[in-house]
Write a protein that binds this ligand. Sequence first.
Ligand SMILES: Cc1cc2nc3c(=O)[nH]c(=O)nc-3n(C[C@H](O)[C@H](O)[C@H](O)COP(=O)(O)OP(=O)(O)OC[C@H]3O[C@@H](n4cnc5c(N)ncnc54)[C@H](O)[C@@H]3O)c2cc1C
Length: 396
Amino acid sequence: MAKTVSSADVIIVGAGASGLMCAIHTGRKGLKVLVLEKNKKPGMKILVSGGGRCNFTNLWADPREHYLSENPHFCFAAMSRYSPWDFVDMVDKHQIGYHEKTLGQQFCNDSSKQILAMLLDECAQTGVTIELNAEVTDIQPDDKGFSVRTQNQTFEAKKVVLASGGLSLPKIASALAFQTANKLDLSVVAPRAALVPLTWNTSDKALFEPLSGISLDVVASCLGVSFREGMLFTHRGLSGPAILQISSYWREGESVSINLLPDVDAESWLRETREQKPQSMVSSQLKTLLPNRLVEQMDGHWFEDIQIGNLSNTKLTHLAKQLNSWKFKPGGSEGYRTAEVTIGGIDTAELSSKTMECKRYPNLYVIGEAVDVTGWLGGYNFQWAWASAYSCALAL
Ligand SMILES: Cc1cc2nc3c(=O)[nH]c(=O)nc-3n(C[C@H](O)[C@H](O)[C@H](O)COP(=O)(O)OP(=O)(O)OC[C@H]3O[C@@H](n4cnc5c(N)ncnc54)[C@H](O)[C@@H]3O)c2cc1C
């Protein structure tokens, strides 16, 4: 039988990015905070983030541009209260070295461990208690506030913050946010894996699999959205930042259009080359712009390797289309196993955008990735975790 413990003013479920941030700012207000974490270590996603260097924020994070949600306005209030510079201030205070990699993305010089150590240090300074190996199985409103059940104990608190994250990396994550929403009849935006590699469909696999390891700068477009970044061929499909970004917009059954030569109008270039160097082979011309292995593999599929002067207008136009808008139809995505985030989550219509409190369950709050707000790749997701946590803490 689970033992009931009278516990804290506020229970935060999840010692991840948002949970720890919320604990710090709630602890600073003098409230007694208990964080329950299912894993034996806190902040495991922080540790694996940014390839071990934690891309902890993005200085250009713009709620109007870099976030996906059924309600794109929802994140404005929290994001305006806690800016990327606020987080950078804390990083500076802890003398953690960092650098901008690209496009406003801030990474630790050494290790993600420093960001986690900073958050844990701030928690310790404000007297926050973190209980590890405490997997929450149930959250129920009762006459004293909420009862929060783990396998061995039942905790009581007036206020509860659900900061249990999304479904990506199943070994670390749990579906608690979705299970709780289900029990409390809170509406949910259906989850799907995002910032995730896309896989070959069965008919493309044999042709493209040998290209594994090739990377190039592309523009990937889907459903009216485009990203110009790197793309990587893998055994399973396509990866790299351009593909991870577009995966958040891609829907089952849709194609992704890939421009393999973003700086070249392939039709004009092929026409000019046909006129100026008619004796040269199509493949040797393509190799001036594209990796040799890619050209050799597409020989016989996208083009016939003849003298370019003999290329008919129809074949030239066909090749140009492959180069500037190759239609890649993914078989699927690699799913939550490799996804960085979960799109969807607890419907923002259930929450106050200022406090993150549930409209129908006063004193229950939801923050971070559990909410239907998802950022682009590049430090935007942590910025949402910090900002939603901070806004919530102000209201607790
Ligand atoms: C490989 C990888 C790399 C990433 N890199 C970056 C990056 O560089 N920059 C960036 O901005 N974003 C990155 N992200 C995304 C970022 O990690 C998340 O968006 C962010 O951690 C979300 O914060 P959160 O607090 O909502 O969830 P989390 O950080 O996932 O924290 C949730 C916590 O709740 C705990 N928990 C779950 N269920 C329970 C339960 N039932 N009981 C108790 N505890 C529970 C979990 O163990 C976890 O500690 C990356 C994600 C992955 C998977």
